[in-house]
Design a protein around this ligand. Sequence first.
Ligand code: ZN
Length: 264
Amino acid sequence: MHGGAYNFELPALGAFLRYLILSDIHANLEALERCLDLAGGNYDEVICLGDLVGYGPDPNSVIDRVRSLTQIIIRGNHDRACTGLLDPGEFNLLARVATDWTRRQLTPENYEFLRKLPRGPAALAGFQIVHGSPLDEDEYILSPAEALPNFRAMGGPLVLFGHTHHQGGFSLSAKSRSQCIRCSRLPNDRAKIVRLLEGHVYLINPGSVGQPRDGDWRAAFAILDLNRKHVEYFRIPYAIAKTQAKMRAASLPEPLIRRLEIGR
Ligand code: ZN
């Protein structure tokens, strides 16, 4: 892969076989807690693919919660924008308003924490994690055509990515063209399982915990099981009205409040 992937210094990596994959939480504490409830104890380690903050009403609580869960966290573009590492001028007006609000809320400690998060790609045991894509942390992989050059850039069979807020991903076999892994309309209590086959390469997106944009408002996450060689995708309803009320109380822009309920 892309030279110089960040390496997390972790003890006994081989002991971790089931990873809870969280991405794009966007300061939505209610959604995060529901995902953790549903995931229960069915994982050994937690991974966060970035965008802990931006848009939502609880940046500090979400950062504190994620920090209590794991050290395996890479930065997203909103984490950078809220800490002066990315010009918010690259965002649309609504995202800029939310970025400015978030920056004012962050405690000095959480500001520093976000600012020091490593960039992807980061290497773990047998796979890599990125926010946007293996080629560019800010790239959106939304189609097989966009996945293809990234498959070519991958040094291993599996990359976990976020940023698009679309649950699913892409696979490629030696014989076939790249294909979409579609996950829309999963039932609440049953997950979709995608088996990771020998000879295939995968770009896997757990979806967004706190601001899904794939037309389904429910919080999204995934569990990677290296022992069973599969990924399990989940959707779970959360107390969206509570999140929206907090956003209104904070005078965050109304379209950002509304988009949560339509999942766009
Ligand atoms: Zn995001």
